[in-house]
Design a protein around this ligand. Sequence first.
Ligand code: UT7
Length: 340
Amino acid sequence: MSLKFASESQNARILSVGAYRPPRVVPNSEIIGRIDSTDEWIQQRTGIQTRHIADSSQSLVDMATIAAEQAITRAGLTASDIDAVIFATISYPYQAPSAATEILIRIGNTKAAAFDISAACAGFCYGVGIANDMVRNKTANNVLVIGAEKLSDFTDPDDRATAFIFADGAGAVVIGKSQDVGIGPTIWGASAETREAILLEPSYLDYKNNPGKTDLGWPNISQQGQTVFRWAVYEIAPIALKALTAAGLSVDQLAAFIPHQANERIIDSLAKSMKLPDTVAIARDIRTTGNTSAASIPLAMDALLAQRPDLHGQSALLVGFGAGLVYAGQVVELPPAPKI
Ligand code: UT7
C-alpha cells in the first residue's frame, strides 16, 4: 500500500549563523596556578591562549538565546518562521523539559517542534544532518540548530586534565529551503567501545542510590586526553574525507575546513592527513575561544566569516567528534552575507 501524499523533496542550506561569547576573557595565567601548569605548556599542547567564561548570572540558555536570535535576524526571518529547534548540548542541567523548549519561550514562539540532542562535540554536526533531512523531506521549512555550552559549570578548576581546555559559548544556524543542494550527506557514527574516555559524572542516580555518601562530588567532565587525542587523529581524517567525497568534491575544490575546536594540534594533524592545500581556510578559533564542545563549530564558522567575508556562500567541510565517542561530518555551503 502506498500512502496518499506527494513525497517530493526540496533542497536545504544554512541561511545564517549567529554567535555569542561571554564578555569575560580568561587568559591561561588565571588557570595555571591551581593545576601546576604554564601558559607555554597550554599554548604548545593545545593552541589555547584565552577563552571566554560566563559568570554565574549568565545561564546556558541566556547565551544560546542571543546566538539564536542573531541567527534568526541574519536569516531575514522572525521567530514565528521557525518550525523546529534542535539544541545540541551536554551542559543543560535538566533531563526534562528540554533546553530547546526553554528557547521557544525566550524567542517567543512556543509552538515549534523542539528537542535536545546529546552528542557532545559532534552535537552540532548531528543537528545539521537531522535539520537537513527535515527540510529536505518537508518536515520543516526553517530549523534552528543551536550548539551551546556552559562547560565551566561542569569543569573542575583543579583538574589538570581538563581545567585549561573547556570553555563557554553559543552558536546557532538557521537551516532552510534552497534552490541548490547546500548541505552534503552526513557521515556519522561512533566508537562506542571507547565510551568511557570522556565522562560527565556522577549522575543524579548516583546521588539517589548512595544516600549518605558525601564524597561523590559535583558532576564534572573527566577525560583520558591521550586516548581521545589518538582516536581523533587516526579516525577522524578518513571520516572527513568520506564526507567530502559524498558531497562530490575534492580537497582542491574546498574553500574552508571548520573542524571541532578541540586542540590546535588535532586540527593541524587532520589538515595534514587530508592533504588540504594552502587555499583551504582553516578555522583556528580554539586560540581565543577554547574547547566549547557543541558550540565550537558554529562559533568557529562565525569567526572565520568575520575574518574572511569572501567565504560567504563558499564550501566548508565540518567535522565534530567527542564524548561517546561519536563523530559526524558534512560539507555545507557557508551562509550568504547577512543583509542586516
Ligand atoms: O572535545 C572533546 C574531545 N576532546 C579532545 O579532542 C581532547 C583530546 N586530547 C587532548 O587535546 C590532549 O590529550 C590534552 C591537551 C588534553 C593533553 O595533552 P597531552 O599532550 O596528551 O598531554 P599528556 O596527558 O600526554 O601529558 C604530557 C605531559 C606529562 O608530563 P611527562 O610525563 O611527559 O613529564 C604530563 O604530566 O604533560 C604533563 N601535563 C601537564 N603539564 C602542565 C599534563 N597536564 C598538564 C598540564 N600542565 N595541565
